[in-house]
Design a binder for this molecule. Structure first.
Ligand SMILES: CN(C)CCCNS(=O)(=O)c1cccc(Nc2nc(OCC3CCCCC3)c3[nH]cnc3n2)c1
Length: 279
């Protein structure tokens, strides 16, 4: 059953992403709290609109406990606006969480980091397996701002390619907006983005959860590229175990062949030892 925007009431505006406004909404029929992201497709070519439709259809198929659930899409032709209705994550995003912990002078508990790691690995495995089953993989820009938390502080991986859904020229602009701290060595060498690039980004994200900064930082892109391709980064603060340090180093291997797949991570003894499989 497809709804219209009259079936929802706007609770508040959460913010604006690179694609448009993000509102917290309430479904009138049952009061369910959801969220919609608005995309103005007015400036899009026919090709871009076709791509948008296929990407939204892919979002609809991604059903997993650790992936933000897509509910519906509504097209308002009068304002050339596409509304993508999705699950609202009460805990906000990891970028906000990291900033708060940093400002409060608190360290993130190691058990929470293992849980976040495990749940993102499960979400990525779902995406990568879908790729194997012939589905087009959605471009994942894995970074703290795209990892959300629900009311139990469990992970909901979100914002697949949404930002990229905007017209192609802006995605060009998007690629060069902000410093690509999480860019993998292969991407720095203009090789293709692949599933092992997600593993690299996950390593960077976990490192940042421990230290409140990315493993590789620099003021200039050239310097950053050299650091990333060197693969040298500081050991975690001593409050974190050798297991965690080893596991993150395992993901941050410059040579993709050495770097594990998400499948290998999911069954790795170091991870299983530290999490209670919720599957
Ligand atoms: C970019 N961020 C640092 C801004 C603050 C980010 N946290 S927040 O906005 O305050 C906040 C507080 C409480 C709950 C939620 N829940 C939530 N947020 C989403 O996206 C946030 C949106 C992403 C694009 C930029 C604007 C914000 C969701 N997408 C799918 N489900 C979502 N659930 C968010």
């Amino acid at each position: 059953m497809s709804y219209s925007i009259q079936d929802y009431e706007v609770v508040c505006t959460i913010g604006t992403g690179s694609y448009g406004i993000c509102n917290k909404i309430k479904r009138k029929k049952d009061g369910k709290i959801l969220l919609w992201k608005e995309l103005d497709y007015g400036g899009m070519s026919e090709k871009e609109k076709t791509m948008l439709v296929s990407e939204v259809n892919l979002l609809r198929e991604l059903k997993h406990k650790h992936i933000v659930r897509y509910y519906d899409r509504i097209i308002d032709r009068s304002t050339t606006t596409l509304y993508i209705i999705m699950e609202y994550c009460e805990g906000g995003d990891l970028a906000t969480y990291i900033n708060k912990m940093k400002n409060d002078g608190k360290a993130v508990d190691e058990n929470f980091i293992w849980k976040i790691c495990y749940q993102i690995v499960l979400a990525l495995r779902e995406c990568h397996n879908r790729h194997k089953n012939g589905g087009i993989i959605l471009h994942r820009d894995l970074k703290p701002a795209n990892v959300f938390l629900d009311s139990n502080m469990d992970v909901k991986l979100g914002d697949f390619g949404l930002a990229r859904m905007l017209c192609s020229e802006t995605s060009f602009a998007k690629t060069f907006v902000g410093t690509p701290y999480y860019m993998s060595p292969e991407q720095m060498n203009q090789m293709s983005y692949n599933e092992k690039s997600d593993v690299w980004s996950l390593g960077c994200l976990l490192f940042e959860l421990c230290t409140f900064r990315p493993p590789f930082t620099a003021n200039k892109q050239r310097e950053l590229a050299l650091k990333i391709c060197s693969g040298r980064f500081p050991r975690l603060p001593t409050r974190y175990s050798d297991d965690l340090n080893k596991f993150i180093s395992y993901m941050l291997q410059v040579d993709q062949a050495q770097r594990p797949t998400v499948e290998q991570l999911a069954v790795h003894s170091l991870l299983i030892k530290h999490v209670t499989p919720d599957e």
